[in-house]
Design a binder for this molecule. Structure first.
Ligand SMILES: Cc1cc2nc3c(=O)[nH]c(=O)nc-3n(C[C@H](O)[C@H](O)[C@H](O)COP(=O)(O)OP(=O)(O)OC[C@H]3O[C@@H](n4cnc5c(N)ncnc54)[C@H](O)[C@@H]3O)c2cc1C
Length: 491
């Protein structure tokens, strides 16, 4: 061991989410010595909230008769991103994602229960969402156990602070603060940055996105550790930002509610939404793609809207089920049986200002803080569209035209939630971080949500499971690349 370091490894992985753990396990399988640093007390990051991951032409798809092809996936990523995604990175992911399924199942013990979509009515959505038993949280448990079993040193409550380089810029290790607050220096031939993006860092959100002071308003439902540390370390080491930096996965959500709440689920159904001024602003069918709905919400005054519905709609949601779910937290078509009790309690709760109810539209408007004449006119126009079965203003499909006619009426305030950021660090298709000249920084890699290239300006929800699929796949691909370069004597 060099005197310069407290200990040395072939590879040090920063971040214990899906990407970091996938990388660490594969590094050990490839015969490399490996340490993984995780700043929280446990592994998991945002990955622990994910339900499933994308793959293309996997054996799990084929045995279920699902015919999604790699070509369809490649074309969808590029079309959806207006070719702002990097075709070389898309290609590498699309080619290898099915192998991730085999690795997770045959080598780690995962069981895939289903392959499905997130919203049945979302046009063009590909059937790519592979749902493992126990969701991705269980994959994390399996990977962590295997990493430990294979001798990976996992340091929890340990925050990496910088990447160490020699005079030529080659990576030689990592500086970190350990669980006792002591500075440690770990030597490494390669360092992998998998810190999960910066969804929990309002300043970086404001720096990299075009929205007006959005950072402080966002409701972060992802991992608390995702504060952009990896991006900062890579920039300090001479790396660069991918042009798609600022891409966020946003979605409408109520403040002070969990994602399993039925009042919240009623709020994002594609019925009748008005902005802070009481005006309808969109075809609510965007609610079927929660990422698009989140982008629209973020750009509204106050980054919020009111979802307004009546008692007949509540009955419909209880008896017939919803139009769109939220992952596995509220399933597609689920009957919102808790809704009547939950929303009554919410409306009666004087400390809560984001659910209101009233017997007239005008009274409701006052409680929502909008002009009653404006809301009355918007409701009348919408109800007329419902009666005609045709929405000539926003062209919403007739099946989602449910009128607001049966009192009591309800208003649910939906704000902007964030799950993850994507697309921060510029990498090549071997996940190597690139400098300003586009050359790889020797020994420096980035994976998962920290890495840019799979997305353009928004998340590709028509390919469900992309973020976690890329995290798992970029992790093991990176370990293999490092092993090959060490073997070849170039790292
Ligand atoms: C509610 C929710 C549901 C989701 N559902 C899905 C889904 O079904 N399918 C899908 O594809 N995606 C989904 N996602 C997104 C998906 O979870 C992530 O995009 C992906 O798994 C991220 O993996 P990662 O390894 O890049 O980051 P993470 O899993 O966030 O891991 C990063 C880790 O790095 C740690 N870290 C940060 N800084 C440091 C530091 N300085 N030193 C040491 N450690 C550090 C963090 O604490 C964290 O544990 C969902 C996200 C949320 C929030």
């Amino acid at each position: 061991m060099s005197e310069q370091f407290d200990s040395s490894y072939d590879v040090v992985v920063i971040g214990g989410g899906a990407s970091g753990l996938s990388c660490a396990v594969q590094a050990a399988k490839d015969g490399l010595t490996c340490a993984l640093l995780e700043k929280e007390e446990h592994t998991g990051g945002s990955s622990a909230f994910a339900e499933g991951h994308a793959a293309f032409e996997s054996d799990e798809q084929i045995k279920r008769g699902i015919t999604v092809t790699k070509t369809q996936a490649f074309d969808t990523y590029l079309d959806y991103s207006h070719w702002r995604a990097d075709p070389t990175i898309v290609s590498r992911f699309v080619a290898n994602a099915a192998t991730t399924i085999v690795k997770m199942r045959d080598e780690e013990g995962a069981v895939y229960e289903d392959v499905t979509v997130t919203a049945v009515d979302q046009p063009g959505e590909l059937v790519t969402w592979h749902l493992p038993e126990g969701e991705v949280a269980h994959l994390i448990e399996l990977l962590e156990a295997d990493a430990r079993h294979r001798g990976v040193d996992i340091f929890l409550s340990t925050t990496a602070t910088s990447v160490l380089q020699d005079a030529t810029g080659k990576v030689v290790g990592v500086a970190a603060r350990d669980a006792d607050g002591e500075q440690v220096r770990l030597g490494a031939k390669a360092v992998v940055i998998g810190t999960g993006g910066y969804a929990g860092n309002p300043e970086l959100i404001d720096k990299y996105t075009r929205y007006d002071h959005l950072g402080g308003k966002l409701i972060n439902v992802g991992g608390p550790g995702n504060t952009g540390d990896g991006l900062g370390m890579v920039l300090a080491a001479g790396g660069t930002e991918h042009p798609s930096i600022g891409t966020l996965l946003l979605f409408p959500i109520m403040r002070d509610k969990t994602i399993t709440s039925h009042t919240n689920a009623a709020g994002f159904q594609p019925y009748f939404w008005v902005n802070a001024h009481g005006r309808r602003f969109t075809d609510e069918v965007i609610g079927l793609n929660f990422g698009n709905a989140g982008d629209v919400t973020a750009g509204l005054p106050g980054s919020m809207f009111w979802s307004v519905f009546d008692t007949a709609t509540i009955r419909h949601l209880v008896e017939d089920g919803n139009e769109v779910g939220l992952g596995i937290y509220v399933r597609n078509g689920e009957k919102l049986v808790n809704l009547p009790t939950e929303i009554e309690a919410d409306a009666a709760d004087e400390t809560r200002t984001n659910v209101v109810s009233a017997d007239t539209v005008e009274e409701l408007a006052v409680k929502m803080g909008v002009d009653p004449t404006v809301l009355r006119a918007e409701v009348d126009a919408y109800n007329a569209a419902c009666a005609a079965g045709e929405d000539t203003r926003f062209h919403k499909p007739a099946k989602f035209l449910l009128p607001v006619t049966t009192p009591p009426f309800y208003g649910v305030k939906m704000e902007t939630g964030i799950m993850i950021t994507m697309g921060a660090i510029r990498i090549d298709d071997h996940m190597r971080c690139l400098d300003k000249a586009g050359a790889p920084i020797p020994g420096l890699y980035s994976v998962g949500c920290d890495a840019g290239g799979l997305f353009g300006e928004s998340y590709s929800l028509p390919i469900p499971g992309s973020a976690n699929g890329f995290a798992l796949t970029s992790g093991w691909l990176t370990a293999d690349d490092i092993a090959e370069r060490i073997e070849a004597g170039v790292l």
